[in-house]
Design a protein around this ligand. Sequence first.
Ligand code: ADE
Length: 239
Amino acid sequence: MTYGIICAMQEEFLKLSEVIENKEVVSLYGRDFIKGKINETSVVAVVSRIGKVAAGVTTMLLIDKFKIDAAIFCGIAGSLSDNVKIGDIVISDKCVQHDFYLSDSDIFRIPLLNVSYIPADEALTEKAKAAAVEFSQNLPDEAKEFNSNPKIHIGTVASGDQFISSTQKKEWIASKAENAKCCEMEGAAVAQVCYEANVPYTVIRVISDGADDDADINFEKFVNTASIYTKGIIKSLLK
Ligand code: ADE
């Protein structure tokens, strides 16, 4: 069993890379794919870069060239719900592209595939949830700056090629996407590629900001903490 592990940004990936053993780097299309082991489990870890196209291409390479059996996307996201606080963890039960908009009566549907919400793998979601719970119950001191008691939320991850930093836009997405917990810029692309290739996926996101009018400021401050979360949750998931 080989897991593909994807982060969008180098800053999110840094601490995870410390726990990969027997590293071998394969460079393809400007990306470094790091093959190795975490807790004896085979992984191929990679920074996709930001946005849906970058994430989709990276996921396809992981599936086609590196023959991964499952994909895990980790990173930060903006909250779409008052219940979902900075430092909380969101795990996808499905993903949607909030910027896929054919018409008012047909929002989010991906033409030809004929789905709007792409379901995550149930078993992997459960594993991710258990790992997030374990991590949050043993939260390292260095990760407590923003939230010393993170909650875990399971729900919809809404993706689009836009950093959401507007209360009005946030409320629009939250009102249109079913059970929306967070917004980010890659998850639904990973989900779509995995869906088409019949590969299980999960998206694990740490909330860095409220996706509202002051989202930019919090985002910058949070990225190092997010890297601690990613390392801790992945180490626990791959036990
Ligand atoms: N990633 C982290 N915060 C985000 C936001 N507010 N919008 C989109 N992607 C994000």
